[in-house]
Design a protein around this ligand. Sequence first.
Ligand SMILES: [Zn+2]
Length: 99
Amino acid sequence: MAARKNTRPRAFILDALPAELQLKASPLRCVCRGCHPELSEAERAAESCTQTRWCTARTDWCRLNGYPLIDLILAELPREAPSKKRAATARTTNRKETR
Ligand SMILES: [Zn+2]
């Protein structure tokens, strides 16, 4: 909490995050027997290893770049529907005095 002022705005975290560490590049998938009964134990272990490495890389990146990991996770949460209010406001602002 003491280092809080050194953290950067969450809005920029996804811009700064390298592509290979973005959520859409995630190798994460469930490799349990229930979801992937066809995987051999070796494949299951390899998948788990990839997941762990990717998670570790993200955690390290956050630490090195001064972002709390929680901010990255929060920034990746799906947005609520895009703000219609903002579009309406922009239109109002753009309306020039054409009378
Ligand atoms: Zn599963």
